[in-house]
Structures are given as C-alpha cells and as structure tokens.
Design a protein around this ligand. Structure first.
Ligand SMILES: Cc1cc2nc3c(=O)[nH]c(=O)nc-3n(C[C@H](O)[C@H](O)[C@H](O)COP(=O)(O)OP(=O)(O)OC[C@H]3O[C@@H](n4cnc5c(N)ncnc54)[C@H](O)[C@@H]3O)c2cc1C
Length: 377
C-alpha cells in the first residue's frame, strides 16, 4: 500500500464504496485502494453461513434486495442471480399474528369484522371521530388520525417506543411517512418491480465487485489512522460517518443502532416467516429474524433453525445503523454537507456519509451517479 502516488482512495467496502471501486477499476482501468475498518467487505450487507447449521444469514439484519430501477437491476445482475423470495412481514400482538403493514386482513382480524375495501374509510372515520385532534402536532396524533386509536395502540405505539426509546408524542410527524397502510389484502412488503435474495448471499457479490487486479483491499484499517498521510492529489471517496470526517466540529449527529441476539432452536421452523415484529412494549425486542426462510430453494437441515432477536438502542459512536432524521439532526447534517463541498478531491456518500436511510438499490444508484462525476475529475 503506497499512499504517495494514490489516485483513488475509497473508505468503506459497503455497496457505495464497492460499486465505485468496481467502476473505476473496470471502466477507467485505473488503480484504486479500498479500505474498511471492519474485518470483512460488504458493509452492513455482509452475509455468511452459520457454522453449526449451514444456514446463510445476514449479520447486520435481514436484507431484501428490491428495485424498480432498470439500470440498478441490470448492474447488480452481472454479479449475482436472485431467488424468488417475496418479502412479507407479520406482527405478533397479544399472542395473535397479524399482517404488516396494516391491511384489510389486519383490520378485519383485529376488530373481528368482515369489512370490504370500500367500507374501510367510513369505518376508520368513525374511529377517528372519537378523537379531538384537528391539526396533528406529532407522530402519535398523525398516526391516530390515519388509523384510529385502537390500531395505533396495538401495532404502532409500543413498537415505536421500543424502536426510538422516545414517547411517540415527542417524535416528529415526518416519521409517519414510514407507516404504510392498505385498504386491501395486499401483504407484499415492497411494491418494487424486482425483488429477491442473492442465491449465494451478499458477500459473494462483493467478492465479485472487488475481484480486479486494479483493486487493492485493506481490511481492519481505519481511515482516521492514515488521514494525515493522504496527499492532496488523492481523490478520497468516503462512506464513513459524515460528522466524524470533520472531527465533529459542529457537534455530533445522533444515530440508532441494533443488537442481535442469536439463538439456535432444535426445531425445523420456529416462526414460519423471515421477519416477525413484536408490537407490545413489554416484549423487549422489536423483531425476530429467522433467515432459513430467505432461501426456500435451499435444502437446509430439518433438525435446527437459527433466530436473531433484534434490540434497538442509541448508538455510542461504534456501530451506527439509522440516522435520527429530526429537524435538529437534518440541519446539522446539511451544515456538514456544505462543508464537504468546500474540500477539493473529496466525495462523501452512502448511508453514513449522507446521513440518510438508503435501501441497497438507492445506494447503488447513488454510487453509479457519483462515478459519472468522478469520471470528470
Ligand atoms: C438493519 C438494517 C436492515 C436493512 N435492510 C435492508 C433491506 O431489507 N433492503 C435494502 O435494500 N436495504 C436495507 N438496508 C440498507 C442497506 O444496509 C444500505 O443501503 C447499505 O448497506 C448502504 O451501503 P453503504 O456502503 O452506504 O454503507 P455500509 O454498508 O454501512 O458500508 C459503510 C462501510 O464503511 C466502513 N467505514 C466507516 N467508517 C470507516 C472508517 N473511518 N474507516 C474505514 N472504514 C469505515 C464501515 O465499516 C462499513 O463497512 C438495511 C439497513 C439496516 C441497518
């Protein structure tokens, strides 16, 4: 690794960094160094086989690939085939299982009714009219105005409290954008044109993206340990935390993180689905993942399965997952992004660099667009 005559340095071997590395190496036929502070490539999409059961799992939580973007779909298909998995989410509330997002099946099971789609609006209107909210001031009021108090209290309130460790009354209305709700029986989680799980997992995609004589990889290397040695001529493509790049000079951005607790169960199938939400506040985890269900095409052992309980907590700066997109943090992120524009030969992007919740297809699309800018440098 020679930092003196380095033209391109990529920080972070997730989708953002790895797609750009592949493009520079293949299309520009230029040398590139990609580093990651973790001991593996793939960022949060990293996947591996469980050594005991052979079940392929996603180390940082279940990842479903989905997109309606032809360019992204064509690009990713050069590196993997996908299986036919279609994502569906269920939620357990008081020992009964319901479909998520809330749809007509959820409403009818919850109220023990048999409403038709055209009757849902009037039914919910009568629920909502019991409230005295005219202009919603926060997340809780917006949610109640959308689905009525009983459904909100069953499926949204406790889950949201566990996810954010804040009272829904103290959360901004803007979070409601993430509460899809349907008046029919559609139980697909995504409406994307294409979806699935890579047949051999995500890590194989990253191995293929980075398998090029022009790409040098260095793992377990933190950018901040070499930052001082980077020359001004090197183009730095940075997908680490936005605020950290600037040494937190305007203050720290807030993040949420997740803990996963793995359990091996001596049964073939523990919950019958890949992701089960747990709506009640008293149950400490938000979800249970059972990765066996992501690969219905594989012949896994019938003797065992693995599950991961998911716990949400504030990030202490070590493993940030989700940005806290409230006004205060958005403004702070915007200030750092302005600062980034002032630096020559610096490109900041990806989930951590943009302080944005990006799905994989959005990250890849953004990386392909950034590559077009890099070509002009
Ligand atoms: C729990 C969870 C579930 C998700 N589920 C889905 C899903 O179902 N479908 C979907 O499309 N998307 C999903 N996503 C989103 C998906 O993970 C992201 O879109 C994608 O990982 C973003 O890629 P990235 O390269 O920007 O970031 P990352 O994958 O986070 O990669 C950034 C890399 O930079 C490295 N890094 C950071 N700082 C430094 C430093 N100082 N020095 C060296 N290396 C550094 C990190 O170690 C990391 O490997 C999910 C995300 C989470 C958190």
């Amino acid at each position: 690794m020679n930092l003196n005559d380095l033209k391109y340095l990529i920080v972070g071997a997730g989708f953002f960094g790895s797609v750009i590395a592949e493009r520079i190496a293949n299309e520009l036929n230029r040398k590139v160094l990609i580093i990651d502070k973790r001991n593996h490539i793939g960022g949060n999409c990293y996947s591996e086989n469980d050594s005991d059961t052979g079940i392929h799992y996603h180390k940082y939580g279940t990842h479903i690939f989905h997109t309606s973007n032809q360019k992204v779909w064509d690009y990713i298909n050069q590196f993997t085939e996908f299986n036919s998995y279609r994502h569906q989410v269920l939620s357990t509330y008081k020992n009964k299982v319901y479909q998520m997002p809330i749809n007509l099946k959820t409403i009818n099971s919850f109220y023990n009714l048999n409403l038709k789609p055209f009757e849902v609006n009037d039914f919910l209107k009568s629920e909502i009219s019991k409230e005295k909210i005219s202009e919603p001031k926060n997340f809780e009021e917006s949610a109640i105005l959308l689905i009525g108090r009983p459904l909100y209290e069953a499926f949204i309130k406790g889950y949201t409290k566990k996810q954010w460790q804040k009272e829904p009354k103290n959360l901004p209305k803007s979070i409601l954008k993430r509460l899809p709700f349907r008046k029919n029986y559609n139980d697909s989680y995504y409406f994307s044109k294409w979806q699935g799980i890579p047949l051999n997992g995500y890590t194989e995609i990253f191995n293929k993206l980075l398998n090029n004589k022009n790409i040098e990889q260095k793992l377990e290397l933190d950018f901040f340990d070499i930052k001082d040695k980077i020359t001004k001529e090197t183009i730095v493509i940075y997908s680490g935390q936005l605020d950290k790049y600037f040494d937190y000079k305007f203050g720290k951005l807030e993040w949420r993180t997740l803990d996963f607790v793995k359990k091996t169960m001596q049964v073939d199938d523990n919950q019958g689905t890949a992701v089960m939400n747990f709506a009640e506040e008293e149950i400490p985890y938000t979800r249970i993942h059972e990765p066996k269900h992501l690969h219905p095409e594989k012949n896994y052992t019938k003797e065992k399965t693995i599950v991961f309980e998911e716990y949400s907590k504030p990030d202490d700066g070590n493993e940030p997952y989700y940005p806290v997109n409230d006004e205060k943090n958005k403004q702070l992120a915007a200030k750092y992004k302005e600062e980034a524009k002032k630096e020559k030969n610096l490109i900041i992007g990806g989930r951590l660099g943009h302080y944005s919740y990006y799905d994989m297809h959005q990250t890849i699309e953004s990386a392909l667009n950034v590559f077009e800018q890099i070509k002009k440098l």
